[in-house]
Design a protein around this ligand. Structure first.
Ligand SMILES: Cc1cc2nc3c(=O)[nH]c(=O)nc-3n(C[C@H](O)[C@H](O)[C@H](O)COP(=O)(O)OP(=O)(O)OC[C@H]3O[C@@H](n4cnc5c(N)ncnc54)[C@H](O)[C@@H]3O)c2cc1C
Ligand code: SF4
Ligand code: SF4
Length: 372
């Protein structure tokens, strides 16, 4: 069977029923049959159009040609840098806006950059994740800085933001931003490499802010756990403090509740064990925490679009910026490399053959290095 003839039957066989779906949402909306429903991808009817197969094509768990994608997004082959091929600058950053830092997960860099980009019409909409009163995350199209502020903070449950991208009418020309997990950034990068014909133009996406990610929680299972253990309407924020804390923290109006991380890991999506990317390597800007320095973000600038936006934010006094200390950078690289090595070993364990890396295609040298 050729790659082009694969469709939703193969998507279910190879990805969804195989426990590899990341819930990115990229497969939905390109046809009437696939939808995101209650924390999973559901097939409403049997698909007969095996020629088009866009659901299969943009899935981040099918055909990831790292060199091809890197060439398209950055104009260069995929390298062996632990935190991504293109890293123009790696910085420690925080917002200067107290109304943002009060609500944000860490330094509020993501919300500040979005507010600036929306306020100055560099983008006209941003695909974000909004957490509702019952703490379930949903994709949300923010159009103002106030909308972006409402989305500040992290939901650690997977949220299929690309469902919302696929719902934008094809003829819409608005400039878009996306804030996404590494697996979702990968789906967007696949679209940049081979633009889909039946969706809004991927060229409209002018800014991709990628988050760091070690794992995300299954929305169904984790929501059930939260409901049984907490009064959800009182929850203000979730956090996973850096090691050696080993805790999942929930902040409420009346204080803080901690759960051992081991208990929470039970709800991690199985696919995260097969994920190589910790730092959203194909984003314009990647943002995470800074170990040991509360209230700040690590920021990796990867493209000119990312650098221009950061420069504007600095000039307007919106961000406090410094170079990431070398000890933090070394630690970040170590953690990112560990994720790659673990994931590749899991992939090989599953395939049973060092030459069969399932969905991913890497240079032989890099694969050998990661498997050593
Ligand atoms: C599932 C998950 C796992 C993470 N794991 C790590 C990690 O291992 N190490 C690390 O350093 N950082 C991790 N992060 C990133 C971290 O939590 C912060 O999002 C990041 O540091 C930005 O901080 P900020 O203060 O600038 O964010 P804010 O200004 O508060 O903005 C947060 C943004 O995150 C988006 N968002 C919230 N929940 C989700 C979601 N479920 N899916 C997609 N987008 C979402 C919102 O749209 C919002 O715009 C993780 C985030 C998530 C969602
Ligand atoms: S990973 Fe994304 S594209 Fe692939 S099956 Fe899951 S939701 Fe669909
Ligand atoms: S670990 Fe990978 S697959 Fe899992 S949510 Fe994060 S980026 Fe997606």
């Amino acid at each position: 069977m050729t790659r082009e003839s694969k469709g939703c039957k193969e998507l279910f066989n190879e990805v969804i029923d195989a426990g590899l779906c990341t819930l990115c949402g990229a497969c939905t909306g390109s046809c009437p049959y696939l939808v995101y429903y209650k924390g999973r991808i559901a097939l409403l009817d049997n698909c007969t159009r095996i020629d088009e197969a866009q659901c299969y094509q943009y899935c981040p768990r099918t055909y990831i040609d790292m060199n091809g994608i890197s060439q398209k997004v950055f104009g260069t082959q995929y390298g062996d840098n632990e935190i991504g091929t293109t890293t123009e600058e790696v910085l420690i950053v925080r917002s200067t806006d107290a109304s943002v830092t009060e609500k944000a997960q860490y330094g509020g860099v993501v919300t500040t950059l979005l507010s600036l980009a929306l306020g100055e019409r560099l983008i006209e909409g941003a695909l974000l994740t909004k957490t509702s009163d019952d703490k379930t995350p949903s994709p949300f199209l923010a159009q103002t800085a106030e909308d972006a502020l409402q989305c500040a903070g992290s939901s650690y449950m997977a949220c299929p933001i690309l469902v919302r991208y696929n719902q934008i009418p094809k003829g819409n020309n608005s400039k878009l931003g996306i804030v996404a997990m590494p697996c979702q950034v990968l789906a967007v990068a696949k679209m940049k490499k081979d633009p889909p014909e039946n969706r809004v133009s991927i060229g409209n996406v002018k800014l991709v802010i990628g988050l760091f990610c070690t794992w995300a929680l299954s929305p169904n299972k984790f929501y059930q756990f939260l409901k049984e253990n907490l009064a959800l309407s009182e929850v203000k924020k979730f956090d996973i403090p850096p090691p050696p804390a080993n805790r999942f923290e929930v902040f409420t109006a009346s204080g803080k509740t901690s759960f051992p991380l081991e208990q929470i890991r039970e709800f991690v999506m199985p696919t995260c064990a097969y994920c190589l990317d910790m730092t959203s390597e194909f984003a314009d800007i990647s943002v995470g925490s800074v170990e040991g320095t509360e209230g700040w973000n690590t920021v990796i600038i990867r493209t000119d679009a990312g650098a221009d936006l950061m420069e504007k934010a600095k000039k307007r006094g919106k961000l406090q910026v410094d170079k990431l200390p070398s000890a933090n950078l070394a630690h970040l690289k170590e953690a990112a490399q560990l994720k790659k090595k673990r994931a590749l070993k899991e992939i090989v364990k599953r395939s049973g053959d060092e030459k069969n890396l399932l969905y991913i295609s890497l240079s032989q040298n890099l694969a050998k290095k990661l498997l050593s």
